[in-house]
Design a protein around this ligand. Structure first.
Ligand SMILES: NC(=O)C1=CN([C@@H]2O[C@H](COP(=O)(O)OP(=O)(O)OC[C@H]3O[C@@H](n4cnc5c(N)ncnc54)[C@H](OP(=O)(O)O)[C@@H]3O)[C@@H](O)[C@H]2O)C=CC1
Ligand SMILES: O=C1OC[C@@H](O)[C@H](O)[C@H]1O
Length: 355
């Protein structure tokens, strides 16, 4: 039986909101965008006209109050995620909040609690989990193809200077959530959690390089220990393009999520026979579907592989129409554990102060 599509309300008219709306155009059976609202009505109107969105409003709150909206996409900068996700939930809307879920463990906990009280769906936008390549990796790990997982290596880094004027861009603005920890590190941390969690790591150690002028963290290395399970070695930065791979290492082999590992379309599965170096590697490809012509006509995408947002949105449609308030592919417990790690790293790196 065909389940009716979800009506989305988009909070924000920035780059990721544009990409998300573009990706929804591939799944009209599961999603339609009803409303967009940002801080200035004029820009909401421009965004709505660009994407053919019927309702346009002049504030985030008015998106939450629109009776035609089922679910709000919280797509503005992360320091504003918490208050707007609360407004959406208080107005009876399901919520998909972009990464990082909030800027503190306490706020993420409060969000999870509120969604549970209200019986509403809540998820952080960890879209990586819904890529077919990652689903395949998860399935192979579950079926024991690489034995027992003992370690995860994951990194993500890009040269922020390619797109951002130093020091004026948001990347370098502490008050607006700048720095690599919140922009980039959620992905490697969530990768570790997927294959070694969901329990909180028993040890967390972070080292990083802070920018002297702005105080934001330019790079970081995070080591995690998961009691009785294994270790994760994670790196991130906003100054250089890294290989951006995630490697899940097991006693009988390993799986590599190929670059860009936060939104991958291919994996390599290496299995071993007896003896060191005696391995076989097979590659599996999961190309992204082509977007409809209307997507090119309305500006394409800003970020790599953004058409993959459709996988996340299609999964949310199934969850909500199936009466669920969370997804097994990225649970509230994992969202909390990721924020726990980010907050501990933030403390260790002393990110609140400009030295
Ligand atoms: N999942 C993914 O692949 C991606 C996720 N993200 C996440 O999405 C969020 C937005 O990123 P992105 O779209 O790239 O950002 P942009 O710089 O393109 O847009 C900024 C967004 O933040 C809003 N905003 C609210 N208050 C302020 C303020 N005081 N100053 C500036 N902007 C403000 C803007 O709102 P308005 O429109 O109302 O002006 C706009 O929606 C971040 O939390 C980021 O981590 C980003 C990129 C990709
Ligand atoms: O989540 C993200 O944040 C930073 C972006 O540059 C990246 O492409 C995106 O997916």
């Amino acid at each position: 039986m065909e389940l009716p599509p979800l009506s989305w309300g988009i909070m924000g008219a920035g780059r990721v909101c544009h990409d998300f709306v573009q990706a929804l155009k591939s799944i009209p059976h599961a999603a339609k965008v009803k409303t967009v609202g940002c801080r200035e009505l004029e820009r909401s109107v421009e965004f709505a006209d660009q994407h053919g969105i019927p309702n346009r409003v002049g504030s985030y709150e008015d998106v939450a109050k629109d009776p035609e909206v089922d679910i709000c996409y919280i797509g503005m900068l992360h320091p504003f995620h918490y208050e707007n996700a609360v407004t959406a939930l208080q107005n009876g809307k399901h919520v998909l909040v972009e990464k990082p879920s909030t800027c503190s463990e306490c706020d993420t906990k409060a969000l999870v609690r509120l969604a549970q009280e209200k019986g509403l769906f809540l998820m952080e936008g960890m879209w990586t989990r819904f890529f077919p390549a990652v689903e395949k990796a998860q399935e192979l790990v579950k079926s024991g193809t690489i034995g027992k997982v003992v370690a995860v290596h994951s990194d993500f880094g890009f040269n922020g200077g390619d797109v951002a004027n130093y020091p004026d861009h948001i990347f370098y603005n502490l008050n607006l959530g700048g720095g690599g920890l919140f922009y980039v590190a959620p992905y490697p941390v969530a990768a570790a959690m997927q294959f070694l969690g969901p329990a909180f790591p028993s040890r967390i150690a972070a080292a990083g390089v802070k920018d002297k002028l702005t105080g934001v963290d330019l790079s970081g290395a995070i080591s995690l220990h998961f009691e009785g399970k294994g270790i994760a070695s994670l790196t991130y930065n906003i100054e250089a393009e890294t290989p951006e791979e995630t490697i899940i290492i097991g006693t009988e082999g390993r799986i590599k999520l190929l670059s860009p590992a936060h939104c991958p379309t291919a994996i390599e599965v290496t299995t071993k026979a007896i003896g060191r170096g005696n391995t076989t590697t097979i590659r599996h490809d999961f190309p992204l579907p082509d977007p409809p012509a209307s997507v090119d006509a309305s500006g394409g995408f800003n970020y790599p592989n953004s058409n993959g947002f459709q996988f996340e949105a299609a999964a949310i449609h199934k969850c909500i129409r199936g009466g669920r308030t969370s997804s097994d592919q990225y649970t509230p417990d994992e969202m909390l554990a990721v924020m726990h790690v980010l907050e501990e790293c933030r403390t260790q790196l002393k990110i609140d102060s400009v030295e």
